[in-house]
Design a binder for this molecule. Structure first.
Ligand code: SF4
Length: 431
């Protein structure tokens, strides 16, 4: 069969899509990027915001419009929260709940009677393993979360914490490395909770991956800013463990963090960053901030701006608060007017851009090994290759498609920032 796979939302959804892709190929099916040619379409939905839900519905309508013959299998957070609507109103032939999604290919094969021909299975090229020109493979290590942040729908959609066994994760990383992948990103819902259900820990997992695999670059997806021990920070002494962390702060006001039921307050977050910067050279921190959480006063907002400025994040993911039915925050009083949320978001975007320029400026003149990912046409019509430094700074180098630099780790001297101040321009020292 020809199968089209589509993921919305987080890296975890993408990691699941990549493992389904490998599983379907292993049964002799072909993966097609063209939805109109597919016999089966699989959609991994998202429900983190109202906008994500709208896009999930739109994706299912679009499938029916473009390819009404295709079978439609839907999984992910929206489908897990709204299975009836997904099946009836949106016409899914099969809905696979988040708790069973690791077995999606097996369930679809049985329930939809898919004809498997493993003898036709092929070993895919690196470039076809990953979507969107990326050369970093996302590897799922755990699912679910035991916490109940009041704004979070994910913990409701994905359930209790479940950790994949370490040998299974190492086997997947060795398989990916064997197929040419040079960087993997360990991802989950709450990876800091890895091993809570199996007597292990994130520290143990990372240490085992560094010991039992030869993957050149190991990176972590978002990590909640708590439950990170001293042993965790010592892991960064291994140069294969990338010195960048995405630590969601969400708000810089303790009173808001309390209403969010977050386990990390201003002082603890600052202490974590100070510790990281003490032990890890060139450490880059990025974060998530929710703007306009119910009741967010002007004073609380100014506390957020002050803490963001003081920490000096390398990048901000900014989310306008979105009411998620079923969460505790959805019943909180004093909603912040949309106009105020828009103004605060603009202010934070400007601050984020300034802090990003300050971060990039520190690295001009230095050289780093950059994993080159893809070649793109520039606004001036020229072609350039892009990739990331170990501490996740985006770098562009001149060169054309003929150079075939994708998936190579090149030593790049960082010459300057680009005009928009959101990435660095460099030269390949060995070219
Ligand atoms: S820790 Fe993260 S995943 Fe868990 S409830 Fe809070 S925001 Fe959601």
């Amino acid at each position: 069969m020809r199968i089209h796979l589509k993921s919305l939302g987080c890296r975890l959804n993408e990691a699941e899509l990549e493992s389904w892709s490998r599983d379907f190929r292993g049964l002799g099916h072909q993966i097609t990027g063209d939805i109109s040619q597919a016999d089966l379409v699989v959609v991994n939905t998202c429900a983190v915001t109202a906008e994500a839900v709208r896009k999930s519905r739109k994706m299912m309508h679009r499938t029916h419009r473009i390819n009404p013959q295709a079978k439609l299998v839907v999984s992910g957070c929206f489908a897990s929260l709204e299975p009836q609507e997904t099946a009836r109103a949106l016409g899914a032939d099969l809905v696979v709940n988040n708790r069973e999604k690791d077995r999606l290919v097996e369930i679809a094969t049985r329930e939809l009677n898919l004809h498997a021909m493993p003898e036709l299975a092929t070993t895919p090229e690196v470039s076809t393993l990953l979507s969107g020109g990326r050369q970093r493979a996302f590897v799922k290590v755990q699912d679910g979360c035991r916490y109940q942040c009041t704004f979070c729908i994910v913990t409701l959609a994905r359930g209790e914490e479940r950790s994949r066994p370490i040998p299974e994760i190492i086997e997947e990383i060795n398989l990916l490395h064997g197929r040419g992948i040079q960087e993997v990103v360990l991802t989950g819902v709450h990876i800091g909770g890895y091993g809570s259900d199996s007597g292990s820990s994130l520290e143990q997992l990372v240490a085992m991956v560094l010991r039992e695999t030869d993957i050149p670059r190991l990176r972590l997806g978002a990590v909640e800013p708590w439950d990170l021990s001293d042993a965790f920070w010592r892991l960064f002494e291994d140069p294969r463990f990338m010195p960048h962390l995405h630590l969601p702060l969400q708000s810089g006001a303790d009173t808001v963090l309390r209403r969010m039921a977050r386990r990390c307050k201003r002082r603890e977050f600052q202490a974590l960053i100070d510790q990281a910067r003490r032990v890890i050279p060139d450490f880059n921190i990025t974060t998530d901030i929710i703007v306009g959480f119910p009741g967010e006063s002007e004073r609380e907002w100014l506390q957020t701006l002050e803490l963001v400025e003081r920490i000096g994040f390398g990048h901000l993911h900014i989310f306008a608060y979105s009411v998620r039915p079923g969460t505790r925050a959805a019943t909180l009083p004093d909603p912040v007017p949309r106009q105020i949320i828009r103004i605060r978001s603009q202010t934070l975007h400007s601050l984020g851009n300034r802090l990003k320029r300050q971060t990039l400026k520190q690295f001009v003149g230095r050289s780093f090994p950059v994993l080159i990912e893809q070649c793109q046409e520039q606004s001036d019509g020229g072609m350039a290759w892009s990739g990331y430094t170990p501490n996740f700074l985006r770098v562009m180098i001149q060169g054309g498609p003929g150079d075939r630099l994708e998936n190579q780790i090149r030593e790049i001297r960082l010459e300057c920032m680009n005009d928009s101040g959101d990435q660095l321009l460099g030269v390949d020292i060995h070219s």
